[in-house]
Design a binder for this molecule. Structure first.
Ligand code: RP5
Length: 194
């Protein structure tokens, strides 16, 4: 256990291994420094999990240590800011943020950290177009790298996060190359009805 002085208490929701949101309001202790995770996957609501689990599963399949949280730019604004401000010192290297509707989660996180932030627009009542524009249309100065709407975006956010980390990690680069080769092979092996 780290000494009491090196841990800080914040309100946070964490997803357990099956995607159930576990609430620790006021009790969850996040070490102010050091996390074994290199990538954080953050989402605005538990309802985003079915999309964002594709990011977590892709990171897991590549062996990239990750953590997942539900944090909302509007429902938990203080905790979201706190998370973003501490992210770099905790050892995180990339943040993936998925949100839907008026989706400002990625932008708010990016405002409080210089870590790369990758935004995933969640499918919404407007087919995700609102989420896409809210995430992508950042004014100049605070970048959010925005991926495609929905599952493809979540998976690609994880692949891009891995590619960013792989610029300084040869083993991970090899894994990404192996993933591409396997993918090409399965496309070429596709059997059509005719
Ligand atoms: C956003 O509002 C979330 O990212 C989610 O996509 C959307 C709807 O949230 P719920 O009402 O399902 O919690 O903040």
């Amino acid at each position: 256990m780290p000494p009491e002085s090196s841990i800080e208490k914040i309100d946070i929701f964490v997803l357990d291994s099956v995607g159930e949101a576990v609430s620790f309001p006021g009790k969850f202790v996040m070490p102010a420094k050091k996390s074994s995770a290199l990538v954080a996957v953050v989402m605005g609501s538990k309802s985003d999990w079915e999309t964002m689990r594709h990011a977590v599963e892709t990171l897991d399949s590549l062996g990239v240590a990750n953590e997942a949280h539900v944090l909302s730019a509007h429902r938990t604004p203080e905790q979201t800011t706190d998370f973003a401000r501490k992210a770099s010192d905790r050892g995180l290297r990339v943040i993936i943020a998925g949100a839907g509707g008026a989706a400002h989660l990625a932008g708010v996180i990016a405002a409080h950290t210089v870590l790369p932030v990758l935004g995933v627009p969640i499918q919404s009542k407007l087919q995700g177009l609102d989420s896409l524009l809210s995430t992508a249309q950042m004014p100049s100065g605070i970048p959010v790298g925005t991926l495609a709407i929905g599952d493809a975006g979540a998976k690609n956010a994880a692949l891009l996060a891995a590619a960013i980390i792989a610029t300084h990690d040869k083993k991970l680069r090899d894994k990404l190359e192996a993933f591409r080769k396997k993918q090409s092979k399965s496309v070429l092996a596709a059997k059509l009805p005719k």
